[in-house]
Design a protein around this ligand. Structure first.
Ligand code: NAD
Length: 360
């Protein structure tokens, strides 16, 4: 039975980069027999303009029915003055919540061809290929009680609560283990077990789940050391699994190791394996509509979709190989341009990837 992909271009460069990713999916369907159909729906500011809400019910319904979702980006200056309840970003948060997307997968991958784009020495980062698995629906960002209260002496006190149930830790560590089985078979669980009881329990659960995966080498690291190791020697990591807040910070740090925001894909999965796939960057209003945005993060998000939701790893390999061939040929969008390379626009880059796919 063919798999259904819901395409949500969103706002700004989302429209342009998703168009290129759709070309790639269409090529895999027409030339290599990938059994998919694609539907499109509105989300974000464009959805607000058309319907008065950034997340129309029809989009939620289609998302729930889909096998996987491809999202461009949401947001833009023209919607910044709207009430927070209808801002474009609400569309994205609403989708995460409606679909129960608890596992956020963020690879940090640096193609050797782009090693110069990093602010770190090329030998430290060239060939970096790690995956950060961040818990996305629990922890301190959602824990109750939370708020700002007034103490007896009139001083204000802000407070948040770090909470995790064993079942929440169990399922995210399991995701990390399963991913490690398809990669280098090493998982580093990041916590602050020396100070925070909640993460002491996190570590206990990680060890318990880890014992079910004898082939995977499980290690533990305190978050302060992990942040240091990420910049000192990032290639020591294969899969890193951590809490919502630690993952938020560490995954941005890891992304910047690669120096090229236009290259990094991401996935958010729920318990059914359904996933939403999107580049890590935003809608880039400063370059929207100019045909200069880099579509590769979105195209690589399609590869993740094929690997993690559609069980088509060979198709994912095809896309990743096409990206390598195209970079080897010297084609670069403006954000990753360097001396001696050929600068191309969004569409030209998308066409080059499709060309490389056809030549396989
Ligand atoms: P951004 O990621 O959109 O842009 C940051 C910088 O990176 C800009 O200079 C931009 O031109 C550049 N850039 C981003 N993607 C690029 C690409 N594919 N190719 C080339 N250059 C690229 O972040 P921002 O400027 O902080 O936010 C802009 C809007 O995007 C805001 O409304 C924000 O809320 C929204 N946003 C959305 C998401 C999302 O949809 N997941 C994520 C982050 C930000």
């Amino acid at each position: 039975m063919s798999k259904n992909i819901l395409v949500l271009p969103g706002d700004g460069i989302g429209q342009e980069i998703v168009a290129e990713a759709v070309k790639v999916l269409a090529c895999l369907r027409d030339d290599y027999g990938l059994d998919i159909d694609m539907d499109e729906a509105l989300v974000g500011g464009t959805a607000y303009d058309a319907t008065g809400t950034p997340l129309p019910q029809v989009t939620v319904d289609m998302a729930k029915e889909a096998d996987a979702i491809l999202l461009g980006a949401v947001g833009g200056t023209q919607w910044e003055s709207l009430d927070i309840s209808v801002r474009p970003e609400r569309g994205l948060l609403g989708l995460r919540k409606e679909l129960g997307l608890f596992a956020n997968l963020r690879p940090a991958l640096l193609y050797p061809q782009l090693a110069d784009a990093s602010t770190l020495n090329p030998e430290v980062v060239s060939g970096l290929d790690m995956m950060i698995v961040r818990e996305l629906t629990g922890g301190i960002y959602f824990g109750e009680p939370r708020g700002v209260r007034e103490l007896e002496n009139g001083e204000k006190q802000g407070y948040n609560t770090l909470v995790y149930k064993e079942s929440e830790v169990d399922r995210i560590v399991r995701v990390a283990m399963d991913i490690a089985m398809k990669r280098g078979k090493r998982v580093c669980s990041v916590d602050k077990a020396n100070v925070l009881e909640a993460t002491e329990m996190w570590r206990e659960v990680a060890i318990r789940v880890g014992s079910e995966y004898p082939e995977v080498e499980l290690s533990h690291m305190y978050v302060d050391n992990a942040s240091m190791q990420l910049v000192r020697a990032p290639k020591q990591f294969d899969v890193m699994v951590t809490t919502n807040m630690f993952g938020d910070i560490l995954s941005d740090c890891a992304a910047m190791l690669t120096g090229s925001i236009g290259m990094l894909p991401s996935a958010s999965l729920n318990e059914k394996g359904q996933g939403m796939y999107e580049p890590i960057h935003g809608s880039a209003p400063d370059i929207a509509g100019q045909n200069v945005a880099n579509p590769l993060a979105t195209i690589l998000s399609v590869a993740m979709m094929l690997r993690y939701s559609l069980d088509e790893p060979e198709m994912a390999d095809r896309i990743e190989k096409a990206v390598e061939v195209t970079l080897d040929a010297g084609l670069r969008t403006a954000d990753i341009m360097s001396d001696g390379m050929k600068q191309v626009g969004t569409e030209e880059m998308g066409d080059a990837i499709v060309g490389a796919l056809r030549n396989q």
